[in-house]
Design a protein around this ligand. Sequence first.
Ligand SMILES: O=C(O)CCC(=O)C(=O)O
Ligand SMILES: [Fe+2]
Length: 209
Amino acid sequence: MDLFSHIDLFSTDEVKKTSFDLPGADITFYENFFSASESDRLYKILLAHTEWQQDYMTIYGKELDLPRLTAWYGDTAKTLTYAGSAKKVHPWNSELLFIKERVEQEADIKFTRCLLNLYRDGKDSVDWHQDYQGELRENTVIGSVTFGETRPFQLKHATRKDLKRLDIPLSHGSLLLMQGATQQNWKHRIPKTTKNIQPRINLTFRWVE
Ligand SMILES: O=C(O)CCC(=O)C(=O)O
Ligand SMILES: [Fe+2]
């Protein structure tokens, strides 16, 4: 029996907390932050009932579909400008409030918004980026929750080539908290894969007004 099948046999809903010691970053990862039964239920509801939309980015005047579906939810039903274009913000629903409150207890802050991403298959991805620009990027807190397929969340330092890339497999029911100067110093992405995989939902809770 190899190590992994051994772990699977005895897997529990126990939360496993890991802190990463990276220069200029404050990142904590919680496996099983939501139990398997909570995660299964939330995955199904969010997949079916979120107002998923096909967003686009404008590159050299051309509109290109983003390789994923997205939806914004938040405190007030209004529009917000993100990555250069206006987005509709839907009001919170009971599932999102349930998830938000659990993450708020751990992060010790109140979130005002959530961006949901749906990666339908391995062709869906998000390219290297840092969340927010300018002042908003400094000390922002991002609470990132995953349901569905595990995808590697890759982190690389924005300027230092001597530091190794880090891959964190964001599993079903996990929470990744990024705080402090993380967004200023590190870039992140979800790469594409040719593997035949299931959909993945990611929720990033944010606190900007
Ligand atoms: O899907 C993820 O885990 C990351 C999403 C992300 O980086 C973003 O929406 O800014
Ligand atoms: Fe991001």
